[in-house]
Ligand binder design. Structure first.
Ligand SMILES: Nc1ncnc2c1ncn2[C@@H]1O[C@H](COP(=O)(O)OP(=O)(O)OP(=O)(O)O)[C@@H](O)[C@H]1O
Length: 882
C-alpha cells in the first residue's frame, strides 16, 4: 500500500510539478524560423556577458555552460536520432527541423506537410559556452572554472555545479576518470599552482569539507557521522553544524580526501546509469588568505557541487528504496527549479527553505558568489524530455543575477599579529643579509678566477682575506658609529634637561628671594634642593657617558685607521669589486647614522614640547596672580607709574608683540644652542680621525654664567685684580642720574678702592636684567626697542693704562640699563660702608636719585590725586586689568 501511495506521490512530482516548474508559459518560445547552418549567426542578444565583474559590490550573472555527452552504447544500438544541432560554441538548436522529403502525389511534389509526422520544436538556445560531444574535461575546465580561480584568490566566493538528468554526464564532468580527470581535480590543481605563485606576498590556509544530501539528510563524507543539521548564521550564511573542516597543505592531500569522500558517496546502478549517484555531493574548499604586506585577511569559499540527476521512474526502472531516493532527488531538484524561476523573475521572496539542497545553494544562487552552472545533456531522442527540461532550466538560470563582493575580513589586526609579522620580517631581513654576505664572499672567491691570468694565486688569497677583514671592520665601524651616536644623543638629552632644570632653579631662586618672609628651610622645601639634586644626578650621568664615549671613540679611531689602510691596499691592487662592496657598506652606515639623527631630533623636540607646555601653564597662573595684585595695589593707591608701565609692557608681551629681528642679525645664542643640541655629530663620524670627540660642552644658560664667561673672555686675571686700570664710561645718551651714579663709581675707582667685589656684583645684576646683556654685535636700535625708557650705558674696559696690556684695549662692550646702575650704586654704597670710608660723598648722588624718584612718584601717586578730588573708590581684586 505504502509503495503504491509513494508511487502516486512521486509520479505527481515527476509529471506535473516538474512541468510546472518549467512551464512553457514561463519560458518564452522563440519564434520558429527556418534555420539553416548558414543563416544562423551567433546572437549576442540575451547572451550573458562572459566576463565576470570583479569589483566589490558589483552585480554579475550566473555563467551557464552546456555540455553534450556522446551517445552511449544503448542509444547507438537503439539507433536514436540526435535532437540537438550545434550552431557554434554559444548557440544550439533543440529539435531542429529535418530536411524535408517532398511528398509526391501522382509525380507532383505536394506543398502540405506530412500530417502524420510530429512537428519539430526547433528551439534556439544561446549560452555562455557550449561543449559538444568531442570535448573532454580539460576543454570544459579551460572554458568554465579556470577563470574562477583568479576571482577566488581575489576574495570572491565561487561555486560551480553540474545539473542534468540522470546519466547525462554530471559526475563524469565533475569527477571524471583517471584518464580524464574531472574539473574538480583540475580546479584544485590550478588553485594550488596559483597559490604557489603568490606565496611570496600572501599566506594561504586551506581546509576542505565534503558532504552529501541523501534522502534529505546531510552527511559528512569524510567522517562517519549521523545526519547533520543546517543552521542559519548571520555572518557566514547557512552552515552545517558538526561538519568537520580538514586542513590541507597540497593538492595530493586534497585529492586523497576527494577519493575518500567519493568512496563513501551513495551510488547505485539504475537502468539509466550503471553508476548513478543517488545523492547531491557538495565539495567545499575554504581558503584564508593573509596579505604579508598589510596583514589584510580574506576568507573565501569554493563550492563544487555534483547534483543527483532528475529521473523518470519509467526510465530508471527504480523500485523500493531506489524509487524513494529518486523521489527525494526530484523533490529537491523541483525546489531548486522553483528558486531559479523566482530568482530569474526577480522575486523578493525565494523559497530556499523548501529543501536542504536549496538552503545549501542559497549562497551560490542568490548570494555573494560567482557561479558557474554546467548543464549536462544527452543528444539522443531517447532523452528528449530530459534534455528539453535541462535546456529550459539552464536558459532561466542565465537570468539570475548575484551580488558579489570581496570577503575582506579586517585590516585591523591584533597587536600580537603585528609583532609576529615584524618578527617574521626581521628573520627574513637577517636571512637576506646573510645571503647577501655569502654572495659577496663568493664573488670574492670568483674574483681570483677572473683575474687569474694577471695575479698569482697567493696575491688572490691575500686579497680574499683582506676583503673579509674589510667587511668585518666595516661592520664593526657601523656598530661603533651607532654606539657613539646613541651616547651623544643621551648626553645631549641630558644637557637639555640640565638647561631646563637650571632655568627652573633660577626662577625658584628669584621667587623665593623675593618672598622675604620665607626661611631658608622653607626655601629649600620649595623645590630648590630637589632641583639641585637632579642637577647633580644629571652631571654624574654625563660623566659616566663621557667615559663611555671616550672609550668608544678611541676604538672607532683605531678601526677607521685599519679600514683606511686596507682600503688603500685594495685600491692599489685594483680590486673593483672590493671597492663596490666598500661603497655599499659605507652607504649602509650612512643610512643608519641618518636614522639615528632623526630619532634624536624627535626626542629633543618632544622634550622641548614638554617644557613649552609647562611654561604655558606657569604663565597662565602667574597672570592670574599678577592681576589680583595689580587690582589690589590700584585699589590701595600704591601703584607707581613705573609699575604701570611694566604692566603695559607685560600685556604687550602677552599679546604676542615680538622684538624686531633684523634680517642681517646672526642667530641668537639660544637658537644656536638648541640647534647644537638637536644635531648629532653625523658629519664628524665620516672622518673620525680628523674630528673631535663629540662631547657636548654645555653652554651657560643663565645670565650669571654668561656674564662670567664674557668677563673671563676679555679680562685677564691681571685686569680683574688691577682695579686701578678699570674704568667705566657712559655712552653718549645716558641719563643725568645714571651719569651721576657712574661718576661716583669712577671716583671711587680713582680713589684706589678695590672694586673687584663691586665688579662681581655688577656682573650678577647685569645679567639678571634680561634686556641688557648684549654683546656689541647687537644693534643699539634693538636694545632701545627692548628697553625704550632705559638709556643704555656701556661698560668698556678701555681704561687699561698699562701700555704692556694695550692688546686688551679693544674688547667687546657690555650694555646695561639705568636700573641696573641704580642697584650697582646701592651695592657700591654698602661696600663703602664696610670699608669704613666716608660715604657722604657717594650718598649725595644716591640721595639725589632717591629724592628725584620720590618726587616723581608723589606727583603721579593715585592717592595724591584722590586726595585732591576728595574721593576714594577702591577697585575690587576680581576686576579686570584696564
Ligand atoms: N562527455 C563524456 N564522454 C564520455 N563518456 C561520458 C561523457 N559523459 C558521460 N559519460 C559516460 O556516461 C555515463 C553516465 O555518466 P555519469 O555517471 O557522469 O552521469 P550522471 O549525470 O552523473 O548520472 P547520475 O545523475 O545518475 O549520477 C558514464 O559511464 C560516463 O562515463
Amino acid at each position: 500500500m505504502f509503495v503504491c501511495k509513494l508511487v502516486k506521490f512521486t509520479m505527481v512530482f515527476n509529471k506535473r510539478d516538474l512541468a510546472k516548474a518549467f512551464s512553457p508559459n514561463k519560458v518564452k518560445k522563440l519564434p520558429k524560423k527556418r534555420i539553416s547552418n548558414n543563416s544562423i549567426k551567433p546572437s549576442t542578444s540575451g547572451s550573458p556577458s562572459l566576463s565576470i565583474q570583479t569589483e566589490s559590490g558589483s552585480q554579475t550573472s550566473i555563467k551557464v555552460i552546456v555540455r553534450i555527452r556522446p551517445q552511449n552504447e544503448h542509444e547507438q544500438q537503439g539507433n536514436c536520432k540526435t535532437v540537438l544541432k550545434i550552431v557554434d560554441d554559444k548557440m544550439l538548436i533543440f529539435d531542429p527541423k529535418e530536411e524535408e522529403n517532398p511528398f509526391f502525389y501522382h509525380g507532383v511534389a505536394q506543398k502540405g506537410r506530412d500530417l502524420l509526422k510530429k512537428q519539430n520544436k526547433e528551439l534556439q538556445f544561446i549560452f555562455d559556452k557550449i561543449f559538444d560531444m568531442t570535448s573532454n574535461n580539460s576543454d570544459v575546465f579551460e572554458g568554465s572554472t579556470k577563470d574562477l580561480i583568479c576571482n577566488l584568490l581575489d576574495g570572491y566566493n565561487c561555486s560551480v555545479f553540474a545539473y542534468g538528468a540522470t546519466g547525462a554526464g554530471k559526475t563524469h564532468t565533475m569527477l571524471g576518470s583517471s584518464n580524464d580527470p574531472g574539473i574538480t581535480y583540475r580546479t584544485v590543481a590550478e588553485l594550488f599552482y596559483q597559490i604557489e605563485q603568490q606565496s611570496d606576498q600572501r599566506e594561504f590556509n586551506l581546509g576542505v569539507t565534503y558532504l552529501e544530501i541523501y534522502n534529505e539528510n546531510v552527511q559528512d563524507l569524510l567522517h562517519k557521522s549521523g545526519p547533520l543539521h543546517l543552521r542559519d548564521d548571520g555572518r557566514y550564511g547557512v552552515i552545517v553544524a558538526g561538519l568537520k573542516i580538514i586542513a590541507i597543505q597540497n593538492a595530493e592531500e586534497l585529492l586523497t580526501l576527494l577519493a575518500k569522500g567519493n568512496k563513501n558517496r551513495t551510488q547505485h546502478p539504475t537502468d539509466a546509469n550503471e553508476e548513478s549517484s543517488r545523492s547531491h555531493a557538495v565539495f567545499q574548499v575554504y581558503i584564508n588568505i593573509t596579505n604579508k604586506m598589510d596583514g589584510q585577511v580574506r576568507q573565501v569559499k569554493l563550492s563544487m557541487i555534483d547534483l543527483a540527476g532528475s529521473e523518470r521512474a519509467s526510465a530508471t526502472g527504480c523500485k523500493g528504496a531506489r524509487f524513494k531516493e529518486g523521489a527525494n532527488i526530484n523533490k529537491s531538484l523541483l525546489a531548486l527549479g522553483n528558486c531559479i524561476n523566482k530568482l530569474a523573475d526577480g522575486a523578493k521572496h525565494i523559497t530556499y527553505r523548501d529543501s536542504k539542497l536549496t538552503r545549501l545553494l542559497k549562497d551560490s544562487l542568490g548570494g555573494n558568489c560567482q557561479t558557474v552552472m554546467i548543464a549536462n545533456i544527452a543528444p539522443s531522442s531517447f532523452s528528449y524530455e530530459d534534455t528539453y527540461n535541462t535546456l529550459r532550466y539552464a536558459n532561466r538560470a542565465k537570468k539570475i543575477k548575484t551580488h558579489i563582493k570581496k570577503n575582506i575580513l579586517s585590516c585591523e589586526m591584533h597587536v600580537t599579529a603585528y609583532i609576529k609579522m615584524v618578527e617574521e620580517q626581521k628573520k627574513e631581513i637577517n636571512y637576506l643579509k646573510q645571503k647577501l654576505l655569502a654572495f659577496e664572499n663568493s664573488s670574492q672567491h670568483v674574483l681570483p678566477q677572473v683575474q687569474g691570468n694577471n695575479i698569482n694565486e697567493e696575491i688572490d688569497k691575500a686579497a680574499l682575506i683582506d676583503s673579509n677583514k674589510l667587511i668585518e671592520l666595516l661592520q664593526k665601524k657601523r656598530i661603533l658609529n651607532e654606539k657613539v651616536l646613541s651616547l651623544e644623543s643621551a648626553d645631549k638629552i641630558l644637557c637639555c634637561r640640565i638647561q631646563y632644570k637650571k632655568a627652573a632653579d633660577e626662577r625658584l631662586h628669584n621667587l623665593t628671594a623675593a618672598v622675604d618672609t620665607l626661611t631658608l628651610e622653607e626655601q629649600n622645601a620649595s623645590g630648590k634642593s630637589r632641583v639641585n639634586k637632579s642637577l647633580h644626578y644629571f652631571e654624574r650621568q654625563r660623566d659616566s657617558l663621557k667615559i663611555q664615549m671616550e672609550a668608544a671613540w678611541e676604538e672607532l679611531c683605531s678601526v677607521e685607521t685599519e679600514i683606511q689602510k686596507l682600503y688603500a691596499e685594495a685600491k692599489l691592487k685594483k680590486l673593483a669589486k672590493l671597492e663596490d662592496m666598500f661603497a655599499l657598506q659605507t652607504s649602509e652606515i650612512e643610512n643608519s647614522r641618518l636614522q639615528q639623527q632623526y630619532e634624536h631630533a624627535k626626542k629633543v623636540n618632544n622634550l622641548q614640547q614638554c617644557e613649552i607646555e609647562s611654561y604655558h601653564s606657569m604663565i597662565k597662573m602667574m597672570s592670574t596672580t599678577l592681576q589680583n595684585y595689580y587690582n589690589m595695589m590700584r585699589g590701595y593707591g600704591t601703584m607707581t607709574d613705573t609699575m604701570k608701565e611694566e604692566f603695559k609692557q607685560l600685556i604687550k608681551l602677552l599679546e604676542g608683540v615680538r622684538n624686531i629681528k633684523w634680517s642681517d642679525m646672526e642667530t641668537t645664542k639660544h637658537e644656536e644652542c638648541f640647534y647644537n643640541l638637536t644635531c648629532l655629530s653625523v658629519p664628524h663620524l665620516m672622518d673620525p680621525l680628523n674630528s673631535k670627540i663629540p662631547i657636548y660642552v654645555l653652554q651657560p644658560l643663565n645670565d650669571q654664567d654668561a656674564l662670567d664667561a664674557t668677563f673671563n673672555t676679555f679680562c685677564s686675571e691681571k685686569e680683574v685684580f688691577d682695579t686701578q686700570n678699570v674704568t667705566i664710561t657712559l655712552e653718549e645718551e645716558s641719563t643725568m642720574d645714571c651719569n651721576t651714579d657712574m661718576k661716583v663709581i669712577k671716583e671711587s675707582t680713582e680713589e684706589g678702592q678695590n672694586v673687584n667685589c663691586i665688579q662681581e656684583k655688577v656682573k650678577k645684576r647685569v645679567l639678571s636684567d634680561k634686556n641688557n646683556m648684549n654683546v656689541t654685535k647687537t644693534p643699539i636700535k634693538q636694545a632701545r626697542k627692548i628697553s625704550p625708557k632705559c638709556k643704555d650705558i656701556t661698560i668698556c674696559t678701555i681704561g687699561i693704562q698699562d701700555k704692556e696690556n694695550k692688546k686688551y684695549m679693544q674688547k667687546p662692550h657690555v650694555t646695561m640699563s639705568a636700573k641696573s646702575i641704580t642697584i650697582l650704586n646701592k651695592l657700591k654704597a654698602d661696600k663703602l660702608k664696610k670699608e669704613n670710608l666716608d660715604i657722604n660723598t657717594s650718598n649725595r648722588g644716591l640721595k639725589a636719585v632717591r629724592e628725584k624718584e620720590r618726587r616723581r612718584l608723589m606727583s603721579t601717586h593715585p592717592y595724591q590725586k584722590l586726595k585732591e578730588k576728595q574721593k576714594f573708590c577702591p577697585v575690587l581684586p576680581s576686576s579686570k586689568i584696564p
